[in-house]
Design a protein around this ligand. Sequence first.
Ligand code: NAD
Length: 500
Amino acid sequence: MPETFVHKFDTPVFKGTVEIPTGIFIDGKFIDGADGNYIDVVNPTNGKVITRVSEGTPKDVDRAVEAAQRAFDTVWGHNMPGYERGKLLYRLAELIEKYQDEFSAVEALDNGKTFAWAKKSDITMAIGTFRYYAGWADKLHGNTIETSKDKIVYTINEPLGVVGQIIPWNFPLMMVSWKLGPALAAGNTVILKPSEFTPLTALFAAKLTVEAGFPPGVVNVINGYGSTVGSAIAHHMHIEKVAFTGSTLIGRKVLEASAKTNLKDTSLELGGKSPNIIFDDCDIEQALDWAIHGIFWNHGQTCCAGSRIFVHAKIYDEFLARFTERTKQVKVGDPFSPETYQGPQVSQQQYDRVMEFISSGKEQGATVHLGGERWGKEGYFIQPTIFTDVHRDMRIVQEEIFGPVGVVIRFDDDDDVVHQANDSIYGLAASIFTKNIDRALRTSQRLKAGTAWINCANQLHPQVPFGGYKQSGIGRELGEHALEHYTAVKSVHINLGHKP
Ligand code: NAD
């Protein structure tokens, strides 16, 4: 029998107890993995083990696929009208809302993000996303198409069947909602693999799917490593589609796995190195607020982080001085303190990775303008860091750091900044700060990015598509667009007397 994680929180922002089953969730039940192994879950604030979860295996993926196929064939897919599926999604949203403090606390404990931001962004977004897709469940209409007088053709948007979903650790529950919401609304059954670093809120949500009334086998959650469970999902011959969010490196492997097996539909949400462009005619106060949020929100562990900050030469000195002062005010510390803005990086691996990038910046001749060191004595904290004197060939300018590290770069004119901003293998998002609407819109058109934020940054809404150009991904999540990844169009021709 799998264990239950029971944790009593006694913090300034939340007091209460949570109980989360730690098994893998297949066919509506929490069970141990086939090999009986476990994965430790670590608190990034102090490096101590919080609990352990059952480790899934490829055999468990097979069992989950069987359960999901059975559910699809008997109680889900064509067997349950969209309206009923929508009701279940609404109920799940309500339950997450009921436990929003518990979810926020577990996210803070497991991931290191602050309780306040977990509640304000991650959990709120997850609730909103489930509600949004609940509304879509009975609105996936097809079309009728006129071809000739003695024929009627209509289309239906059918669910694909069993889909696999692989998610990262930076927004654990939010990623669950971005994945489950559209897949379930469209009538698919799901095998979801959370990150091995942050499995707890996905398991909490799995527990609530039972309470919400989802039939067994519709949602399956398998904790496990990427090289075993993730790879088994990507290679599975009976999984019709895989949706992956994570690094470009692994996204490539997932696409290769599809090509080598059953050519499953593959959507990818990958990395970024987003430009944040500060023109000389901007509202500088507003640009400063958003530039801080752009790079330091979620400790820089945001795929769309505004990590390359381009500042017009005319205001470069003033902006850099004020940005430096603001960065000094970014409060690092305990995720459960109401004053904290930046908690620890998620894991020892990520801490080492970010520190290695900082060393590479120094070695390649960039100036550490601020920060650049460990913060505190324990846990995986890193000082908010600003680099200047950088050039395009440096790793810190080209590669995704995924930490609280921004590079500030001077530019001279609009052509120059568009050229520099597009000089990246990525194309996820971009921010533009100017009071001139023509300049804002012209620049947004010229940037190769899936999202352009004008006078803001890191804004996500369930209704608005999100995804990348270039090596930032394939396809779009959220909004109506996400549903296209979870449906197949069937054309039905009805003959009214037409002869061959
Ligand atoms: P990662 O690529 O290391 O892991 C992502 C997921 O893939 C994890 O669940 C992991 O276990 C699994 N995985 C690892 N190896 C696998 C394999 N061989 N086959 C199948 N699955 C495998 O990424 P991460 O470190 O968890 O997350 C950070 C990355 O995610 C960053 O690059 C970030 O930009 C990206 N990200 C992108 C978006 C977006 O919407 N574009 C959102 C969040 C994060």
